[in-house]
Write a protein that binds this ligand. Sequence first.
Ligand code: ADP
Ligand code: MG
Length: 610
Amino acid sequence: SAPKQRHDYQSDVARLRKIVINSLYSHRDVFLRELISNANDALEKLRLTSLTEKEVLSGAEDMNITIKAYKDEDGKGRVVIRDTGIGMTAEELTNNLGTLAKSGTSEFLARAETDTTGTGNLIGAFGLGFYSSFLVADRVYVASLAAKSSRNPEPTQYVFSSGADESSFETFPDPRGNTLGRGTEITLVLKDEALEYLDPHRITDLVDKHSSFASTFPIYLWTERTETVPDEESAKEAPEIDEDEAIVEDVTESDETPKTKEITVEEWIHMNSQSPIWMRDPKTVTDEEYETFYQATFKDYQKPLAWDHFSGDSGSGTSFKAIIFIPSELSNEYWQNPMASNARDIRLMVKRVFITSDLGEDALPKWASWVKVVVDAEDLPLNVSREMLQSTRFLKQLRSIVLKHLLALLARLQENEPEKWTTLQKTYGNVFKLGAVEDSKNRVKLAELCRFATNQRNETSLDDYLENRKKGQKQIFYLADMGTTTEHLAKSVFIEKLHARGYEVLLLTDPLDEIFVQNLRLWKTVQFQDVAKAGLRFGDEEMSPEEEKEEQKKLTEEYQPLLAWLKQQAGDVVREVVISNRLVSSSCAIVADMMGYTANVEKMMSASQA
Ligand code: ADP
Ligand code: MG
């Protein structure tokens, strides 16, 4: 008899299973998408492994996913999802299904435990999909036969079994033997209140709605229907008659001599036969399809903010189709480590077959590392490796084409979609500033997307600022102080006079703002001018610089005793005390040298030396 092993779930799994079972009932449909996406992952793993180890393909010819729903002898409903993927050994069954090694787990648990309202998609977003089986099943059996390989030359089919209410699970050799050929078979013994999933229409609906994007491999659904066909037996027995007589016979004998019978037809229906959305004509893809595709592919529980779907040509003879997505949120880690998520978010395929989502250094620059992309290239070899790819020019060209489309998409949103643009500014405003500093090639386009608060309005673009220039104004005025508020800056003595005279001054409160203006130095040939620096000129002064100098000299002589006394009093703090014409109602201001650092930059310098 088979040696059964009992294992306790890792503590987090027990916690998680509770949440899944208790809180996510209304989202239980997700189980199917999660199991299909696992099957797809296993098939992708198999295909990639087979490039270097042909042996793994033995055992089963096809690479596909099948779903069968039926009532067993005990009247219990069962849904069986089977794939011919890489499979799992006994050890892998225990490790992969009995423990949680995922980094997102604790975050998920924390969120799910506090928020039980809209968390259905969290399961998928955090990749904790297998446990969603228990949303619909009392008991789950996972039978698996790992692919044959040099490390595992004689695989044995094992079973994982667990009940929804149990805090442990069992593994044992499959009493049926190696029936699978290769891969994994998940049997859900449905809860009585989940018998709706026996209905093939219900499953077809779910696959159409949520899962057709979860797999690039074919998904087949087993169906059974009754058909009425001519009954050959009775046809044979029917007497040969001529037509006139037949009419008479039909009237009198039709009930006794049936000429048809009902038979059962079983069939595997190919469910995801439509081509993947990136291959389709964008005009035929609905917004909802893009959104579901995005959520399933990038495991985001939120909808994307915007997307662009296009065909391209790399210029070195590789044509491709691509969709770029702008997520509605930046991940929390972005500002700590902008490159962390980068490599994973570009899914590269060749002729519909997934190749890699790790493009390493050829991924996008920091400022754009949050963009999600699917690319399907037509003319690359299927067995192309990442190293080979990097030696071609394709990735560099792809990168610049993707950036071009992204910038055009952002400009379109700025132009035509005020609501989305507002959200975009809130989330990505600083990203554009970072980009303008980092990406010299796209600097102008990125700077056009940047917004700044001013003493006159909540925000302006640089172009609008120039439009609003006063006659004769030859500079873009700004005042920067990190960490303060724009309201505070608006009251600063440095802009009193400018404000009174009707000049607009950019109020910069983010460290990036000041780095931005210092990097750009000019916008459309107009210089940025820090109004906190001495020697400021407005451009519409009534006196020439020479006349002003004269005036200044006269006043300085007149007030010499006061200036000397002030200098003596404040000698440790300031280098010089001078007469100024820049103030309106304030009595004095401390300003930086014309050549010196501003207070803000000094703060940053001392911070970086610490
Ligand atoms: P994730 O898919 O995010 O890793 P899941 O809970 O969905 O999390 O699955 C856990 C792990 O179990 C997978 O990473 C994989 O190693 C294994 N697994 C699940 N389903 C299958 C399957 N059909 N074939 C092979 N391995 C599987
Ligand atoms: Mg999964």
